[in-house]
Design a protein around this ligand. Structure first.
Ligand code: ADP
Ligand code: MG
Length: 312
């Protein structure tokens, strides 16, 4: 855990990008930080609110790349800095709902009823416990059936978009949509409803597998269904500094996607994987951990980028 994430052969770009991870690995824990007056992202005030509400779909048809973890922790980080955030859980597994401690037993109304039965979104949105400014629209397992049931419905690709439009979202700054690991109708609904796509890419073997297909789908949706859609953000996740592979993947992703990739890289951190079982984000579970600090930095980058690029 204490080993440097940098390898001697890393390119200058990767070294620069990852230097913040190095400093984070050696950052003091939260109680120690407080006692010595160490300043991390947690102690800042509010971040600038976007000129217009941002709707960001977090998609990658590969499972286990960090979509849900990213949705939950970015949402938590943004909300802790004065942003009003709604997480829409679009995965029948309901992992985002679990991590945010929002009820999603099979028998409660969820995104399923919103998409298939036209239930107003406001009927299912719940405040996240102990997190002012943060809300969640939960998913239940019944949503698995929606992929098929949507096929025969009118405007089947635009059901979520319509639900969001009908929702009084003036109160919100961000809507983050957590997608299932597929490119089916649920993910298409998420892409039609959003202006931005964020792609988490795991710094592992086959990281880029499927990404070109994902980009093709984004392009198809843009051409046929939603002209304003663009891939605005790529986030490197689960970076393991002990492996050369991770830095090679990071390098490759940056050379492909340039500025779209956030400078912040999310390290692999046990705390990140533990937090959901306590119904918490890692930011509340262990604010001083490397994973929490990285997600806070990523949220800050997202907020400050949005302050300049939104509407462009
Ligand atoms: P997806 O939503 O893309 O399927 P998840 O966010 O659920 O992916 O992540 C898959 C698994 O990896 C989960 O068990 C999660 O807790 C774990 N995980 C995600 N990010 C990290 C990280 N930075 N460090 C350690 N474990 C992580
Ligand atoms: Mg998930």
């Amino acid at each position: 855990m204490t080993q440097s994430p940098l390898n001697p052969g890393d390119s200058p770009l990767v070294r620069e990008a990852l230097s913040s991870v190095v400093s984070r690995e050696t950052a003091p824990s939260a109680p120690v930080a407080a006692s010595i007056g160490y300043t991390s992202g947690m102690s800042e005030g509010d971040w600038p609110r976007p000129p217009r509400r941002r709707i960001i779909t977090i998609a990658n048809q590969k499972g286990g790349v960090g979509k849900t973890t990213t949705a939950v922790n970015l949402a938590a980080g943004l909300s802790m800095h004065g942003q009003r955030v709604l997480v829409v859980d679009l995965d029948p597994q309901g992992n985002a709902s679990t991590a945010l401690s929002v009820e999603h037993r099979g028998d409660i109304p969820s995104v399923y009823q919103v998409l298939v039965e036209d239930l107003p979104l406001k009927e299912i949105v719940s405040p996240v416990p102990d997190m002012p400014n943060l809300y969640c629209a939960p998913a239940t397992i019944g949503l698995a059936g929606a992929e098929i049931e949507l096929v025969s419905l009118v405007a089947r690709e635009a059901r979520l978009k319509r639900a969001l439009e009908a929702y009084d979202a003036n109160e919100l700054d961000y809507i983050l949509i957590d997608c299932p690991p597929s490119l089916g109708l649920l993910t298409v609904n998420a892409m039609v409803a959003a202006e931005e796509v964020m792609i988490p890419i795991q710094c592992e073997y086959y990281a880029l597998e499927g990404v070109s297909q994902l980009l093709q789908n984004v392009e198809l949706v843009r051409v046929h269904l939603n002209q304003v859609l663009r891939v605005s953000t790529i986030l490197l996740t689960m970076y393991d500094g002990r492996t050369r592979l991770a830095s090679q993947v990071a390098d490759e992703v940056r050379s492909h996607f340039g500025d779209t990739v956030l400078n912040t890289v999310i390290p692999r951190s046990v705390r990140v994987s533990e937090a959901p079982s306590y119904g918490q984000s890692v930011l509340t579970y262990d604010a001083g951990s490397s994973g929490a600090m990285a997600y806070m930095d990523a949220a800050r980058e997202l907020a400050f980028r949005g302050a300049t690029v939104a509407g462009s």
